[in-house]
Design a protein around this ligand. Structure first.
Ligand code: PMT
Length: 400
C-alpha cells in the first residue's frame, strides 16, 4: 500500500443508496494516513448523516456554501490543496452538472476549481446508467481527463439485476492509489510469474512449495499502478488477482513455461518470482497409490523440469530486462551470483527463506538485489508492496 501521509483527498458524496460505501472508503483512506475532506450534496445527507463523515474524517464536512461565512472561501482552499478528488457514489444528476460546468452546490462548485486528478464512480439503476444522456456526460468527463470507474454488475437496490452497482470500497481504494501514483512505467509491458507450481504424484498427492504468491502479486500490482501493461502468470494461490492486470492461471512447471514463453516477445521487463518445482515425478499414477502393509519405504522417481528462467535468459533480446529471484537458506550472495550468471540475468533479487518474517508466506521480505554490472543493493525488512516498488525503481534506473 502506498504511503498516504501528506496526501489530501477530496471525497465527494452524492445522493445514492451506495453512499454508505463511501464511509468504508473514508476509513480505508484514513487508515492509510490520508487527510480527507468530505463534501456532501443535500441528497447524500438523506442516506448517511454528516456526523458519520465528520467523526471518521476528523474534519468538518462541507455541504452548504452559504451556511457559514468561511465556506465560500474554504471550498477554493479544499480544491487547490487536493491531491485527488473522488466522487463516490456519483449520481446521474451530479455527473450531468459537472460535465456541463454547472456550479450550484458545494460539491459541483468545488469541482470547478480542482486541478488535481479526479475519479468519478457512477452508481445507479441500469437503465439510468445506460441512458444515452448519462453516457454522453461520462464521455465528456473522460475526454476532459477525469477517470471514470465502471460500475459493477449484480443485484441493485431497485431489485433489478444489471450494471450500476458501486464497486467494493477496497477496489475503489486500490484505484485511488493508482490515481495518485506517478506513471513512470507508461508504455512498458511487464511479464511476471508468481506462486508455486504443483506436480502430481497421483490424483491425491503432489509436490509443491510454500509460495503464497504475495511477492509476485505485489510486484504485478505495483507495476500496474505505475502505468505498465502487466501480464501475471500464476501458480495456484488464494490471492485476488491484482486489479488491471492480465492474469493467467497455470498449475505445472510446463504450463508456466508455455505461458511465459508465449508472452515473452512483447515484454520489456520479465520478473520471475515464482517458486518452480525443479523436479517432478517421472510417472504420475492414474490411481491413488495405496499404502501397503510391510512396506516401510516408498520411492518416487523424479525427473528435472524445464528451467524457465534459463530458457528466457537464452532467448532474451538486449532490450529486454530479465530479473530472477533466488530463494536461499544459506550462502545467499554466492548462490545468487551463480544463478544470475548461469541464467543470463540483468538482476537477481535474493531472499533468505525459512524465517517467519521474510521469504515464503510472510507479508514482509528482506531482499538483496545484485546487478549484472557487479553492484548490489540491500532492501531491509519491509512490506512486500514496498519491496516491490524499490525493486521496480532499480529496474528503471538500470534500464536507463
Ligand atoms: O510467494 P511468497 O510466499 O510471497 O514468497 C516469495 C518467494 C520466496 C517465493 C520469492 O521471494 C522467491 O524467492 N522466489 C523464487 C523462488 C525460487 O524458486 O527460487 P530458486 O532459487 O529455486 O530459483 C531461482 C530462479 O529460477 C527463480 O526466479 C525461479 O522462478 C527460476 N526457476 C527455477 C526453477 C525452474 N525450473 N524454473 C525457473 O524459472
Amino acid at each position: 500500500m502506498m504511503d498516504f501521509q501528506n496526501k489530501h483527498i477530496l471525497l465527494g458524496v452524492t445522493g445514492g443508496i451506495a453512499a454508505y460505501k463511501a464511509v468504508e472508503l473514508l476509513r480505508l483512506l484514513k487508515k492509510a494516513g490520508a487527510n480527507v475532506n468530505v463534501i456532501m450534496t443535500e441528497s447524500a445527507q438523506k442516506f448517511v448523516g454528516k456526523t458519520t463523515f465528520e467523526v471518521l474524517s476528523e474534519n468538518p464536512v462541507l455541504s452548504d456554501l452559504f451556511f457559514d461565512a468561511d465556506a465560500a472561501i474554504k471550498h477554493i482552499d479544499l480544491a487547490t490543496g487536493a491531491d485527488a478528488a473522488i466522487i463516490t457514489p456519483a449520481t446521474a444528476n451530479t455527473i450531468a452538472k459537472v460535465a456541463h460546468g454547472i456550479a450550484d452546490d458545494a460539491l459541483s462548485t468545488t469541482l470547478l476549481a480542482v486541478t488535481c486528478p479526479v475519479m468519478i464512480c457512477p452508481s445507479m439503476n441500469t437503465d439510468m446508467y445506460q441512458n444515452i444522456r448519462v453516457q454522453r456526460n461520462l464521455d465528456i468527463l473522460e475526454k476532459d481527463g477525469w477517470q471514470i470507474l465502471d460500475p459493477d454488475s449484480g443485484v441493485l437496490a431497485c431489485k433489478t439485476v444489471g450494471t450500476g452497482r458501486l464497486p467494493d470500497p477496497w477496489f475503489i481504494f486500490d484505484r485511488v492509489e493508482a490515481l495518485l501514483t506517478q506513471k513512470d512505467l507508461k508504455g512498458k509491458k511487464i511479464l511476471v510469474s508468481a506462486g508455486p507450481t504443483v506436480e502430481a504424484i497421483d490424483p491425491v498427492r503432489f509436490i509443491s512449495n510454500h509460495s503464497s504468491g504475495k511477492m509476485g502479486y505485489a510486484i504485478a500490482s505495483a507495476a500496474e499502478k505505475r502505468g505498465a501493461q502487466v501480464t501475471l502468470v500464476s501458480g495456484p494461490v488464494s490471492l485476488e488477482a491484482p486489479v488491471g492486470v492480465e492474469h493467467i492461471d497455470v498449475v505445472t512447471c510446463e504450463e508456466m513455461a508455455d505461458q511465459m514463453l508465449a508472452n515473452l516477445d512483447q515484454a520489456d521487463m520479465i520478473i520471475k518470482v515464482a517458486a518452480v518445482a525443479d523436479y517432478k515425478p517421472i510417472d504420475p499414477k492414474k490411481s491413488k497409490i495405496k499404502k501397503k502393509d510391510n512396506n516401510k519405504d516408498l520411492s518416487i522417481s523424479m525427473i528435472e523440469t524445464p528451467d524457465i528462467l534459463k530458457l528466457i535468459g537464452e532467448k532474451k533480446t538486449k532490450n529486454q530486462f530479465l530479473v530472477g529471484f533466488a530463494a536461499e537458506t544459506d550462502d545467499l550472495e554466492k548462490n545468487a551470483l551463480l544463478k544470475m550468471k548461469k541464467k543470463n540475468l540483468d538482476m537477481i533479487a535474493a531472499n533468505i527463506v525459512g524465517s517467519k518474517d521474510s521469504g515464503f508466506q510472510a507479508d514482509t521480505n528482506k531482499v538483496k538485489l545484485f546487478f549484472r554490472d557487479g553492484t548490489s543493493f540491500d532492501i531491509p525488512l519491509m512490506g512486500k508492496d514496498k519491496v516491490a516498488n524499490i525493486l521496480i525503481d532499480h529496474m528503471i534506473d538500470k534500464m536507463g
